[in-house]
Ligand binder design. Structure first.
Ligand code: NAD
Length: 318
């Protein structure tokens, strides 16, 4: 299968592009590295992909460049964008609008312009943030959206664009990812910040009191779900939660991490971040039924992978 992976220099995109190549697909990795919030990490991932057999690279800005060639594929896995709730306030809102909404609209238009019958399946990254906070039960896909930040609002808009394209026959699939972690995690994300702070002997920077809880999901599980969505026949417009079924408090996650790092968990509490959900919690019954997928890696098993990655990238080569 010919697969285009957008955002391939990014955290999730890098893993998905590699896994697609491992599965024998012909991969076109697409990214605009200058649009990344972490260009150094993106450059490393890009260089890593350049060495992979079965992966071709192209630098393309989805918000401005011609996308005709990208639509000539069997599947387009669209992971490019500007993630992050905290950074989407103020000037960040226009960046999120451009790289999430404008980029997706242009990509969907390019896919729609292909002759019917040759149009790619289009898998699109959305986010648990479209739900707001979970109260008494896990989020289900048909719960009404309650976005609480500019970032979440862009993801609701992206989902609407995909739903409209699906009504016109494009085979879109929406994946709502929940707090993804693992090797190459973005530098603005919690575990990345915690592990680097602990390594430098600084207190761990926590937003709020650590009582907020998250469906922390290992990137390997996210990658498996994404490959399944790109290779399974589904009704156009299908939406899936992609999250670990357990919702763990940040406080408990820090205790686990402190044990792995063998440090005393000193914490520096910052004001709670505006728009951050008190709790994210994933019901993945639908992904189990239609994709045969469920998250397999719990935090105790998965966190050591990320700790190892941080150690490997900082330890001097002997
Ligand atoms: N990481 C998570 O926990 C998480 C959770 C929910 C949703 N998501 C979504 O998953 C997707 C991937 O997230 P990530 O954590 O890998 O982010 P990331 O920032 O690591 O990767 C995104 C990539 O997209 C590229 N990009 C941005 N704008 C572009 C443009 N206009 N044209 C081409 N490339 C562009 C960036 O250069 C970057 O390499 C995003 O859509 C994000 O909103 C991520």
């Amino acid at each position: 299968m010919r697969v285009v992976v957008t955002g391939a220099a990014g955290f999730i995109g890098g893993h998905v592009a590699e896994a697609m190549a491992d599965a024998g697909h012909e991969v076109l990795a697409v990214d605009a590295l200058h649009r990344s919030a972490a260009p150094d990490v993106a450059r490393d991932t890009w260089a890593h992909l350049a060495d992979r057999a079965g992966v071709a690279l192209v630098e393309t800005d989805l918000a401005t460049d011609d996308l005709t060639k990208l639509a000539e594929a069997d599947a387009v896995v669209h992971l490019a964008g500007r993630p992050g709730v905290r950074t989407s306030w103020g000037a960040g809102a226009a960046v999120a609008e451009r790289d999430n909404v404008t980029a997706t609209r242009r990509l969907l238009d390019a896919c729609r312009a292909v002759a019917p019958g040759r149009r790619p399946r289009v898998v699109i990254a959305s986010s648990s943030s479209v739900y707001g906070s979970a109260d008494a039960r896990p989020h289900r896909e048909d719960d009404p959206p309650r976005p609480a930040s500019p970032y979440a609002t862009t993801k609701v808009a992206v989902e609407r664009l995909a739903a409209r394209a699906a009504e016109e026959g494009l085979r879109t699939v929406i994946l709502r990812y929940f707090s993804v972690y693992g090797p190459r995690q973005r530098p603005d994300m919690a575990f990345h910040r915690f592990i680097e702070a602990a390594r430098d002997g600084r207190p761990l920077p926590v937003f709020g009191d650590g009582g907020q809880s998250r469906a922390f999901t290992h990137v390997a599980d996210v990658t498996t779900a994404t490959l399944a969505a790109a290779t399974t026949d589904l009704p156009p417009g299908t939406v899936f939660n992609v999250g670990h079924p357990e919702s763990v408090t940040v406080r408990d996650a820090i205790a686990l991490l402190a044990g792995l790092l063998d440090v005393r968990p000193l914490v520096h509490e910052h004001a709670p971040a505006a728009g951050d959900a008190a709790r994210t919690w994933a019901d993945t019954t639908k992904a189990g039924r239609l994709l045969g997928w469920s998250a397999r890696i719990g935090l105790a098993e998965g966190l050591p992978d990320q700790v190892r990655w941080h150690r490997d990238r900082t330890e001097p080569v002997a």
